[in-house]
Design a protein around this ligand. Structure first.
Ligand SMILES: Cc1cc2nc3c(=O)[nH]c(=O)nc-3n(C[C@H](O)[C@H](O)[C@H](O)COP(=O)(O)O)c2cc1C
Length: 201
């Protein structure tokens, strides 16, 4: 008897029953993150979405809540338990975190150790020696080419963050160039690869 076709079979093998944090920051590519979250959820992963204020202007928390089937975190001040603050609990129970899209500003905040928004705060509580943190930068070509962005990328690579993209191609500002967020399928591939080799040590 032939088995039913499972288009998510390979992904399921990599992510099923694993716990993921998906950080969303304020870029136009946030619409692609809906597909990313949906695929992970369909493949049996537990997905918790965390969003900056700017991200919530592009896609509503309700959309991610429906796609992930879980609460979406939009503030550092939700579910603050004295014994287990939200940012520590979410960070320590995750197998991998990915930020997609990752804005120019988010790269700068992470590179300088800022924790003023919920995404950077939760990432600050992750030990990258054991839990991979993958960033998918997304910005206009001029923003991507800024010396500050390139400096921050080098710093973050040295600090053990992993990257997927950005790609070259059509941008929302109606030009073609470098800085476009990688497609959800490529990000899923990078997630599967990172899970195979979680430690950078
Ligand atoms: C329509 C629009 C599109 C934007 N797209 C991007 C983008 O693709 N990448 C980026 O780095 N910033 C983009 N920005 C700017 C960010 O939203 C802004 O820097 C914001 O403060 C980022 O906040 P966050 O990193 O906390 O999410 C865009 C702004 C607007 C108004």
């Amino acid at each position: 008897m032939t088995q039913p076709h499972d288009p998510l079979g390979a992904l399921r093998g990599a992510v099923e029953r694993r716990r993921f944090l998906v950080g969303v920051t304020g870029g136009i590519a946030a619409y692609k993150t809906c597909t990313l979250v949906s695929r992970l959820a369909q493949a049996g992963a537990e997905v918790t979405v965390i969003m900056t204020d700017a991200a919530a202007r592009f896609v509503t928390p309700l959309t991610f809540q429906a796609l992930s089937g879980r609460p979406v975190y939009t503030s550092a001040w939700e579910h603050v338990e004295s014994h287990d603050p939200q940012h520590v609990a979410l960070a320590t129970r995750s197998d991998l975190a990915v930020v997609a899209p990752c804005t120019m500003d988010c790269l700068a905040r992470l590179a300088s150790g800022q924790t003023s928004d919920v995404v950077c705060l939760i990432l600050s509580a992750i030990d990258r020696a054991t839990t991979p943190v993958l960033l998918a930068p997304s910005m206009n070509a001029a923003m991507w080419a800024q010396p500050s962005t390139q400096r921050n990328m080098a710093l973050l690579q040295g600090d053990g963050y992993r990257f997927i993209g950005p790609d070259e191609g059509w941008q929302a500002c109606r030009t073609v160039g470098a800085g476009r967020m990688s497609e959800p399928e490529a990000i899923l591939g990078a997630i599967a690869d990172a899970l195979k080799a979680p430690s950078r040590g």
